[in-house]
Design a protein around this ligand. Sequence first.
Ligand code: GAR
Length: 210
Amino acid sequence: PLRIAVLASGRGSNLAALLAACERGELAAEFVLVASDKATAGALRLAQDAGIPTLVLDPKAYPDRRAFDLDLFGKLAASGAELVVLAGFMRILDGEAIAPWAGRMLNIHPSLLPRYRGLHTHRRALEAGDLEHGASVHFVTAELDGGPVVAQAVLPIEPGEDEQRLAQRLLPLEHRLLPAVVALIAEGRLAWRDGTPWLDGAPLAAPMRL
Ligand code: GAR
């Protein structure tokens, strides 16, 4: 099984989806660590209940972002993780600290990248009058929400719906998308070569629609 570390700042429903996919036999993974920048993150409780080691690092205990990230990613390396999954990890990452993880770190982002990098993606999609919204899983690079997109889930926006409802309707799609992409990596079908995602032995020309 693929050794995975998950970083999460919040509720942890995407972590729960990964664990559930494992339970169902759809993802051959061993979760070696769940780490958070927030001691109150629901993801930590989920991990503890599943018997997964947890780690909390308080950003305020570090002089700057780079010091925090170097410590965090050093600890991830020590955990033996082969893949890092950002599942609602709400921090900007230092390029130097994450360089060793190039091609070995995924993020799920609640928009159809390259649209709406950063925060408040649901609100921004609604304000723009978009007809569809979605979520993306991408390899993480130093550019915020800017790494190569591997797969997307698309959702039609309903007339008159608000931000909260849109986010709520998107979430179950996220919960299918993220485990599906992680499973492709665990199966050796999806890989990273020279800065490009490859699927089944060929460069991925466009994001998969899952
Ligand atoms: C998810 O919607 C995820 O896409 C988003 O945070 C939420 C976490 O929910 N991630 C980002 O916004 C990353 N910038 P969860 O804690 O229930 O998985």
